[in-house]
Design a protein around this ligand. Structure first.
Ligand code: FA5
Ligand code: MG
Length: 450
């Protein structure tokens, strides 16, 4: 349901020197002066810093570890499945679980160690939360992969919160949760029954890293040049079997699934697993055969491995029929009391306490002539909205771009849909928040009203 009155605020920019000035002004007021204090560590801010107080407020909430929380229940289901699937003859689980690693990682951990090239789009400032040029909030749990391998682990799960600057809607939130996994198998174990087979092609027996090729060239969907087809097929088969089994253990045997070819710089070949839900294919995880260069760098020899990363929200929303990703952050007992982890097998179906009405307001503004339209990142605007409106901003969409035929000036129009998860918002309070967003743009970008 929309509010009776849709509001438009027309704003012009004035005296803005250039885009970078605009954004550095915007960001410097949002970050905490020159020193950012996180988990008792101090980081110096620089031109990459783009943490906002709102984002910082999610750090340490750890809802994926909270008792009776649906994300925590999904986490436990997955861990339990892996413990059952992989255990030694005495019944000890093979996998170890890391669920309390700090989300503050270096850009090396998040990107370089995973062979993500320096110019890769996932590194863009508009897509990540950077503390400074060197540190960031992890964008995926894979960021810990190399360190854990280096410490000698070969079967492990990593669970944690990840941070990405993204659009706002019912399935996207700047913080979500992932479970990542690595399983490494040594040649002797993989070919226990076929001792004449090998993991590596003859010319790669010495694992010559230079000969393995850069990540840009690694797009062959069959295998990496160093691996034998037999080794890849065996590990691929094990991985797909285990992950299909996991999906069936969670959703039941009748669920339809499919594997779709994908590309990740750190695995080759790579796939995404999709499940069929409410008439649509939904991607739930990315996976693949680990790049040998990563194993080599971690000091792991004569082995092959698989890795995957899945989103806890995606699975929990489907299983518990939770319609909006923001509900996971609710502190309201009406939501939290619906789940009970004492019986993990029981499927709780979320019952909306009440359907509170939405309220959509528009906001339109001219960009100054010196500001090219491509240089304006909608993610900067989304963060500004989130900072002022908090979680009541349910959706923000750029729904119109317009260039004036005579002046060449660009106009943007965003629609903001407000909705509180636990009560009805009054038109007055929405107007106030909306006008604060308008004022903030006026303030931070310098504008004149049309
Ligand atoms: C990754 O993050 C890779 N690190 C996964 C991986 C690990 C691949 C190891 C290979 C080996 P991706 O960006 O697709 O990939 O995210 C993985 C999963 O996280 C998705 O399949 C989805 O379930 C979940 N996910 C991704 N983006 C969002 C989002 N905005 N909101 C909620 N869940 C998301
Ligand atoms: Mg994906």
């Amino acid at each position: 349901m929309l509010c009776a009155k849709q509001k438009s605020i027309f704003i012009n920019f004035k005296s803005v020197k250039c885009l970078s000035n605009v954004f550095s002004r915007l960001l410097s007021t949002q970050t905490v002066q020159n020193v950012i204090n996180l988990n008792n560590n101090k980081y110096e801010s620089d031109d990459y810093s783009n943490l906002t107080p709102k984002i910082m407020s999610y750090l340490g909430r750890n809802i994926y570890l909270q008792k009776n929380h649906p994300l925590s229940m999904m986490r436990q289901k997955i861990i339990k499945y892996f413990y059952q699937e992989y255990s030694n003859p005495k019944g000890t689980p093979l996998f170890s679980v890391y669920d309390r690693l700090s989300p503050v990682v270096s850009t090396k951990q998040n990107f370089d160690y995973l062979l993500i090239p320096p110019n890769h789009p996932s590194r863009a400032k508009s897509d990540c939360y950077y503390i400074n040029r060197e540190y960031m909030l992890r964008g995926h749990c894979t960021a810990h992969q190399l360190d854990l391998l280096r410490s000698g682990l070969d079967n492990f799960l990593i669970v944690g919160d990840v941070y990405r600057r993204d659009e706002i809607d019912s399935t996207h939130f700047p913080v979500f949760h992932q479970v990542d996994a690595v399983r490494v198998v040594h040649n002797d174990k993989l070919f226990k029954n076929n001792p004449d087979l090998e993991i590596f092609e003859k010319e790669f027996v010495n694992n010559d890293i230079a000969a393995i090729g850069s990540s840009d060239k690694c797009i062959d969907q069959v295998k990496q040049p160093c691996h034998t087809v037999e080794a890849v097929k065996l590990i691929e088969h094990e991985m797909k079997n285990v992950l299909e089994g996991m999906v069936k253990a969670i959703f039941g045997k009748t669920l339809k699934h499919r594997w779709v070819d994908a590309f990740f710089p750190f695995t080759q070949p790579s796939w995404e697993l999709e499940i069929f839900h409410k008439g649509k294919w939904v991607e739930i995880l990315g996976a693949g055969v680990m790049r040998n260069q990563i194993l080599k760098r971690a000091g792991v020899d004569n082995s092959i491995g698989y890795a995957f990363g899945l989103g806890l929200e995606r699975l929990a929303m489907i299983l518990y029929e939770i319609p909006d990703i923001r509900l996971f952050w609710s502190k309201d007992s009406g939501f939290l009391n619906q789940f009970d982890e004492s019986d993990l097998k029981k499927i709780f179906k979320y019952k909306p306490v009440s359907q509170y009405p939405q309220c959509a307001n528009d906001i339109s503004f001219w960009l100054p002539t010196e500001l090219p339209i491509e240089a304006f990142s909608p993610n900067d605007f989304y963060d500004l909205v989130r900072n002022i409106a908090g979680d009541i901003a349910e959706q923000v969409t750029l729904y119109d771009k317009f260039t004036h035929p005579k002046t060449g000036r660009n106009s943007l129009c965003f629609r903001i849909v407000y909705r509180h998860m636990e009560r009805t918002l009054t038109q007055k309070e929405v107007n106030e928040i909306h006008s604060n967003i308008g004022k903030s743009i006026v303030d931070k970008y310098g504008v004149t009203i049309r």
